[in-house]
Ligand binder design. Structure first.
Ligand code: SF4
Length: 304
C-alpha cells in the first residue's frame, strides 16, 4: 500500500486510511540538519528539506503552520521539479485563526487533500467505510490519554519534581530531554511537545453521523492548541489548566534556533502558567549540550 508521509497533527490519519493509503508520521533525525543549516533557517525545516532530497515513492503532505515550513515546502517543490515524484507533494493550508470561516476553510482543505489522494490512485471513501474509520480513530484517540492516565496512576515513579514540557517539533534524538529531566530529579507529568498529548485529536462528543468533514474539524481543528493559532489564548488556557490539574511545579519550554513561534509563545505563556518556567533553545546537534543540561539541572534544583 502506498504511504502518505506527514508530521503535522492537523492531518488526520483516518482520512488518509479511508482513502486507501498507509499513513506514516515522519520522524526527523538531527543528523539531517547538521549538514549546512544556514543562518535564519530553523534546523527542523532544514532537516525536512534534506530528508526530501532522498525521497522515495511516498506522497508527502506538509502544512503551512509556520513560515519556516512554508519556505521548506517551496524549496522541496523546486527541488522536486522535473523529477518523477514532482507531483507527490501536497501543501495543506491550516488556517491560523479560529471561527466558522477558518473552520470551513480547514474542511475545504481536507476535501482538497482527499481529491489529491484520489488523483494518486486512492479511492473516494464511501459513507460506511468512512464512519468505520472515524469510529476506530475515536477509539484510538481516547486510548493514549487513558493509557497516560493509567501510567500516571500506576507506573510513573512518584519520586521527582513534577514538571511540564512544552514546545514544538523535536528531533528523535531530542526526546532524550525527558531522560535528562528524570536524571536531574524531575518527573514529566505533562507532555505538551509536538506529538505529545497537546496534539491529540479530541473525539469526545463527535458523531460520525455528523459527516466526516464536520467530525474531523471538531476532533482536530477545534481541539488542538498550538503556538501558530491566533488568538493563541487557547494554548495558554490549555496549558494553565493542565499544569494546575497535574500539579506541575515548573514548565520547561523548548524551541530550536530561529523558531520565532515558540520563542514568542514562551514569552507570554510564562505569564499565565502560574509556576516558574525555563526556556531551552535546542541546537541542531543530536546531542543536547552541556550548557543546556546545566541550566536544566539548575532549574530543577530551584524547584526542589
Ligand atoms: S521548529 Fe518552529 S520554526 Fe521550525 S518548523 Fe517547527 S514550528 Fe516551525
Amino acid at each position: 500500500m502506498r504511504r502518505v508521509c506527514y508530521f503535522s497533527p492537523f492531518i488526520p490519519r483516518e482520512w488518509i486510511i479511508a482513502h486507501g493509503f498507509s499513513p506514516c508520521r515522519l520522524a526527523l533525525s538531527a543528523e539531517l540538519a547538521c549538514a549546512g543549516a544556514g543562518a535564519g533557517v530553523c534546523p527542523y525545516a532544514q532537516a525536512l528539506v534534506a530528508r526530501a532530497e532522498r525521497w522515495d515513492d511516498a506522497l508527502l503532505v506538509l502544512t503551512t503552520t509556520c513560515d519556516q515550513l512554508r519556505r521548506a515546502a517551496e524549496r522541496i517543490a523546486l527541488q522536486w521539479a522535473g523529477r518523477s515524484h514532482q507531483d507527490a507533494l501536497f501543501v495543506f493550508n491550516v488556517p491560523a485563526t479560529w471561527g466558522r470561516g477558518p473552520r470551513e476553510q480547514y474542511q475545504a482543505e481536507l476535501q482538497r487533500l482527499g481529491d489529491f489522494l484520489v488523483r494518486h490512485g486512492g479511492r473516494a471513501p464511501e459513507g460506511e467505510v468512512l464512519e468505520h474509520h472515524l469510529e476506530r480513530a475515536a477509539g484510538v484517540a481516547v486510548a493514549p490519554s487513558r493509557t497516560a492516565q493509567k501510567q500516571g496512576e500506576d507506573h510513573t515513579p512518584k519520586k521527582g519534581i513534577p514538571v511540564a514540557v512544552v514546545g514544538g517539533h523535536l528531533f528523535t534524538e531530542h526526546h532524550m530531554l525527558h531522560y535528562l529531566i528524570r536524571n536531574a530529579g524531575g518527573r514529566v507529568v505533562l507532555n505538551g511537545s509536538e506529538g505529545g498529548e497537546r496534539t491529540y485529536p479530541d473525539y469526545a462528543g463527535v458523531s460520525a453521523a455528523s459527516g466526516p468533514l464536520e467530525a474531523l474539524a471538531t476532533a482536530y481543528f477545534d481541539a488542538i492548541p498550538d503556538a501558530f493559532r491566533r488568538p493563541d489564548t487557547g494554548l495558554g488556557e490549555w496549558l494553565a489548566r493542565r499544569v494546575r490539574e497535574r500539579g506541575a511545579h515548573g514548565v520547561i519550554f523548548h524551541a530550536y534556533a530561529w523558531c520565532d513561534l515558540w520563542r514568542a509563545a514562551h514569552g507570554h505563556l510564562a505569564e499565565v502558567v502560574g509556576v516558574p518556567t525555563l526556556f531551552l533553545e535546542l541546537g541542531s546537534s543530536p546531542e543536547i549540550n552541556g550548557h543546556t543540561r546545566t541550566r536544566l539541572e539548575a532549574f530543577l534544583e530551584s524547584l526542589a
